[in-house]
Write a protein that binds this ligand. Sequence first.
Ligand code: BJ8
Length: 424
Amino acid sequence: MPTPYDDMWEKLNLDLAAHEGLLQVLGKFYGDIYLTQEGRLKGMEYLDFVLSEVHGLRIKELQEAKAQGRKVIGTFCVFVPEELVLAADAVCVGLCAGAEIGKEAAEKILPRNTCALIKSFVGFKLSRLCPFIESCDLVVGETTCDGKKKAYEIFDEYAPVYVMEIPQMKQTCDRELWKAEVRRFKERIEEVAGKEITAARLKEAIKLGNRRRRVLQRLNQLRTAVPTPISGRDVLLINQVSFYDDPVRFTAKIGELCDELEKRVKAGEGVVPSGTPRLMLSGCPMAVPNWKLPYIVESSGAVIIGEESCIGTRNIRDLVDESGDTMEEMLEALVDRYLRIDCACFTPNKERLQNIVSMAKDLQVKGVIHFALNFCQPYAIEAFKVGRALEAAGIPMLSIETDYSMEDVEQLKTRVEAFLEMVR
Ligand code: BJ8
């Protein structure tokens, strides 16, 4: 069926037939998982709208920004300091992909035992299905896990790629390396954007980034109320959308949603019956449209009230210190803030274990579900230590490894139900 965006998609060289198929599947999937929920906040209509226009209106906005001379920078990891992109008056979009539609194409050039997230972004590019990737003037990769690191070398043949080196430890020399990388990134962004990053612009960008983190922190705080006032699925969606929506608009809209949520909390209204087991997710990021596990968990009679993940708390927990005025002070603040990220790619990674245990205790969850994508060594291996740390704190954990396919849904449901029986 023709759409008002066909010309734009054609200009972006998308495979129109395959793309239409993708949108249809996505629409059906979204309807089943999201629109069937009862008692959703009115504010979620904004998220429904954004998602329905994810490849339409938002891409149109990106094209308009480009026509005005602004550049679009795509990222795959929360380690990329978005503030520098915003300070160069460029648009930053998260590119991590959570669908397996391009898997076949990806497996022609990547080993089959590569994690689904990597296969997804490579597959999207090879199959010409992602208008975000096609809109990018620069794609920023990073040396986190080996899979991503090596995949960028291939991706580089299809798109303009720049790779940031991320340290694997957090000693003084690692901080120095990271600081040098942040400076190198600043220069590259200035070059691509054709604009100097001034101290005044960077200060504004730091404030904007923090405002968005604060509104998501507020959301996370409100959702902990009893009875649970919003589903885990809805909060995950909000976090996912935060990566590609306009940051000023997003922050305002989620602020309004939080006002509504606050009223609901005061009125003592919930979205699940009292006594519903409250759980926390921990592990690999769940990129759009990876809603599989949250859907399984919440349709099995539990509710999720926290995500220890990069599309969740790990991305919003730490703010950038706003007190600096000089470029040097602000770069130092960025270096410190980003180095607090506790991705499983670090060794040792004790902070993550401590953060998971304290988060689970604060939220008073009945248990934690640890999620690793198949073939993701950092998270799958770290699951052992996470389980041990939680056990010592008396908190049960279920460890799940899966991908984006639907083949194991029944099997996962059985395991989640058995876990719920146990924690009840
Ligand atoms: S800071 S979690 S966003 S790297 S799932 S591609 S780790 S094999 S996503 Fe991540 Fe940055 Fe870390 Fe966060 Fe590799 Fe694992 Fe795949 Fe992964």
